[in-house]
Write a protein that binds this ligand. Sequence first.
Ligand SMILES: CC(C)(COP(=O)(O)OP(=O)(O)OC[C@H]1O[C@@H](n2cnc3c(N)ncnc32)[C@H](O)[C@@H]1OP(=O)(O)O)[C@@H](O)C(=O)NCCC(=O)NCCS
Length: 274
Amino acid sequence: MEANDIPFAMGLTASEGWSDIPSDFEALLGYSPNAVFVAERSKEKLGMVSAVSYGAFGFIGCLIVQKERRNRGIGTELTRYAADHLERLGNERIFLDAVQEAIPLYERLGFRRVCYSMRFRGCVQCRPDSRIRPIHDDDISSVLALDMRVFGADRSYFLRHSLDNYRNTCRVATQDGRIMGYCLATQTQKVLRIGPLVVDSGADTAECLIRGVTCEEGPVRASVGVLERNSEAIALYRNIGLQETTPSVRMIRGGPVPERVCGEEFGIGSPARG
Ligand SMILES: CC(C)(COP(=O)(O)OP(=O)(O)OC[C@H]1O[C@@H](n2cnc3c(N)ncnc32)[C@H](O)[C@@H]1OP(=O)(O)O)[C@@H](O)C(=O)NCCC(=O)NCCS
């Protein structure tokens, strides 16, 4: 994909009601010119897929085929192309978040189910908290180090992209001067998209971050995704009144499934980037 394909990509995501914004694709293309592929025939654009390589593991996402071109094998070909590409780059594990209807397509290509990738949406009552503050330049190395430890790979390019473009909705939680967690969020037309949300310790820090992520006080419409295995996060989101929307299924090709690490991801970055 090239920058001039972004309107095509936005047309596809809009037709599916997804919440992507142009900056999501700019970030992917800035990360690697091979992070998104477009299927074309006789100059007609048919569909797209993203392939984000972190080295040891990667993510496939943004799989959409033009409605009138579906059920002719294009989605399968795009996914196979993206997976082969990630494997050639050395990624031993490839993850994706699948909608229910697409699971057979992925299973045919060797992906297996790991767990649900839950989605929550609703109004968060925002309020200031003495432990929560905006992210300063001096914090960035600690934020990146925490993220690397919890996520297990270097996604600093994407974190810096969010920090550069959406700093006013980025927060850290601190205690005695130490960074206990961070939250990045992107304001889209409809919703404040939260993620990544990563904490060193516990749901309490995550709740403070999610309530302190904007300068506004009062209700803010927000969305967040989290893996099913983080039961603390799921309990938190239910408690604060977010509604569960249709979950995706986290799938993997290659293996093994990584174990939980110390610290937790309370919000995934995005399905396409992990
Ligand atoms: C998923 C999608 C890219 C498949 O593209 P395609 O070119 O039709 O795919 P193929 O012809 O290679 O394979 C067809 C498979 O797509 C899947 N599929 C069918 N309808 C689907 C739908 N509404 N949504 C998602 N996947 C679907 C099924 O697995 C189907 O296989 P089956 O007929 O054996 O069940 C296309 O349906 C699409 O763009 N859907 C909307 C966006 C989306 O849901 N993307 C997947 C996110 S995980």
